[in-house]
Design a binder for this molecule. Structure first.
Ligand code: FES
Length: 319
């Protein structure tokens, strides 16, 4: 398995979009055409010290000469958002993996309903732009702490009308004030529903959508709900090469593979993006991710190596 070749980007603009949220507009560093993307896609931006972070593209796919991402300064985070908010300068060169999409838009849905919390608006905005271009109706419920912390509010207001509705909901206990169950209940039976936001919001959305057909329910998490498995004490065997590595306490499987120069794709390192999904040949994973469905976890035939561990003494991976 090899990583896609990174794209060279140049930072053309930084804009403050709301309190604690800045957007970054990247263009090609060498004037080559940028790879196309679909609404809901993200790029994995390469940051210093080997950090790679996934950021959703907020622009429309038709606006393909640039990639625009928005980053919230997370004071509790691992330093990537603090770096993004202080270090980059207009004109800087950076690298990113080509866009990929784990949160695809169903473009021909007769009705689409979106629920976004905070910075979760970013993939949703690209989707709303795309549906607007297609002349499709949508409804957005957008929750954030306060108007000052609400990115793209004016853009969204300007997009409303002609079958497009935007409702804002401000408050510090977002999911308490936003009645997700009622929103889901009131959505037309044939509507496709989307949610991107904090873990509590996603959990409420999934619970509210339990009776809806699974193919009409779409969500993307941007923060992990479980701690990574770093207890160690088991062995990982690579089925193709036969290599065996002991996962030591304090290390994840991904740490161990990277320590031994095994080429494994990864991005969020938090079990939410799906990039590091690896096939399990034998052994029992200890799933800690927010990407696989409950059914997929039960099947035990794949694992997110960035955060999950092993319940068995040995885990054989298709690597
Ligand atoms: S790297 Fe994102 S889920 Fe593992």
């Amino acid at each position: 398995m090899s990583l896609p070749a990174p794209i060279a980007l140049r930072l053309r603009q930084i804009r403050l979009e709301a309190d604690g949220i800045a957007s970054y507009e990247f263009v090609s560093a060498d004037d080559a055409a940028l790879p196309a993307f679909t609404a809901g896609s993200h790029i994995d931006l390469h940051l210093p010290h080997g950090m790679v972070r996934s950021y959703s593209l907020v622009n429309a796919p038709s606006d393909g000469g640039r990639y625009v991402v928005a980053v919230q300064h997370d004071t509790q985070g691992q330093g990537s958002s603090a770096w993004m908010h202080t270090a980059p300068r207009v004109g800087d060169r950076m690298q990113a993996a080509p866009p990929s999409n784990d949160f695809a838009l169903v473009e021909d849905a007769a009705q689409s309903v979106f629920i976004a919390g905070g910075i979760g608006i970013t993939p949703v905005l690209s989707m709303l732009r795309r549906l607007r271009e297609l002349g499709r109706p949508w409804r957005l419920q957008y929750a954030s702490r306060s108007p000052r912390e609400t990115a793209y509010a004016d853009t969204l207001r300007a997009m409303a009308g002609d079958g497009r509705e935007v409702d804002f909901c401000f408050g510090s206990s977002r999911t308490d004030r936003l009645d997700i169950a009622a929103l889901v209940r009131d959505a037309p039976a044939h509507a496709h529903l989307y949610c991107c936001g904090p873990a509590r919001m996603i959990d409420a959305f999934i619970a509210a959508c339990a009776m809806r057909p699974a193919h009409t329910v779409h969500f993307e998490r941007f923060a992990a709900t479980s701690e990574a498995a770093t207890e160690g004490g088991y062995e990982v065997v690579l089925n193709r090469s036969g290599a065996r590595y002991t996962v030591a306490p304090g290390k994840t499987i991904l740490d161990t593979l990277l320590d031994h120069a095994v080429d494994v794709p990864y991005a969020c390192t938090a079990g939410v993006c799906g990039t590091c999904r690896t096939t399990v040949v034998s052994g029992e994973p200890d799933h800690r991710d927010d990407f696989l469905s409950a059914q997929e976890k039960q099947a035990n035939d794949s694992i997110m190596v960035c955060c999950s561990g092993a319940r068995s003494k040995t885990l054989v991976l298709d690597l």
